[in-house]
Design a protein around this ligand. Structure first.
Ligand SMILES: O=C(O)c1ccccc1N[C@@H]1O[C@H](COP(=O)(O)O)[C@@H](O)[C@H]1O
Length: 206
């Protein structure tokens, strides 16, 4: 079970996520209470070991902004979390150094998009409002097959992530609000609890 911990803003956040065993850490460059500037992200990313993926999160931003943030911070993955079309994805792919990861994040309203429509490496399925801590109704949604690299997000918490994994059988999970003491402020204890719950369920599932 791949676990991404998103919306990190401080050194303490990063250290807690890495120590808890996160596979990926996310830095938000989109409009958000969790937004950080490129210099802060560069400093935080430098603390992250090679084994942990650093992800820049963007939403309907000019391509130049994405490119500048990638170059300034060295993040190894780009998560596009808005209404970016295939041409936009291809443009980002064009300037990403080889081996970097492109994540398509889609808000699910009704049907979920199929994996690969934007030639992404990873598909992320989220609630209609990103980063709001809202769950969404998985029932009746045709989800990707378990062998596809897709992440489930949207209102996950240490308390509900196990059941969500059992129901949706994703390749990984992504969380932000559910590991916060207050909006935008991460809680190291909740980060640890989330990783523990997601890992236990992942092991159970085999
Ligand atoms: O976290 C944000 O503020 C944010 C802003 C803009 C785009 C994406 C954002 N976060 C993403 O939202 C989900 C998790 O949300 P939550 O756990 O329900 O709060 C995750 O994919 C984040 O990367």
């Amino acid at each position: 079970m791949f676990v991404k911990v998103c919306g990190l803003r401080t050194e303490q956040d990063v250290d807690a996520a890495v120590a808890a065993g996160a596979d990926a850490v996310g830095f938000v460059f989109a409009e958000s209470v969790r937004r950080i500037d490129a210099e802060t992200a560069r400093r935080l990313a430098a603390r992250v070991p090679e084994s942990v993926l650093t992800v820049g999160v963007f939403r309907d931003q000019p391509l130049d902004e994405v490119r500048a943030a990638v170059e300034a911070t060295g993040v190894r993955a780009v998560q596009l979390h808005g209404h970016e079309d295939l041409a936009y994805f291809e443009a980002v792919r064009g300037f990403l150094p080889p081996g970097r990861t492109l994540i398509r994040a889609a808000s699910v309203r009704g049907q979920a998009p199929a994996y690969g429509e934007r030639r992404e490496d990873v598909l992320l399925l989220d609630a209609p409002v990103p980063g709001a801590g809202e769950t969404w109704d998985l029932t009746g949604t045709r989800l990707p097959a378990p062998d596809v690299r897709w992440l489930l997000a949207g209102g996950l918490t240490p308390a509900n992530v196990g059941a969500a994994i059992r129901t949706a059988r994703p390749w990984g999970v992504d969380v932000s609000s559910g590991i916060e003491a207050s909006r935008g402020v991460k809680d190291p204890e909740l980060i640890r609890a989330f990783l523990k719950a997601a890992r236990e369920e992942g092991v159970e599932r085999g």
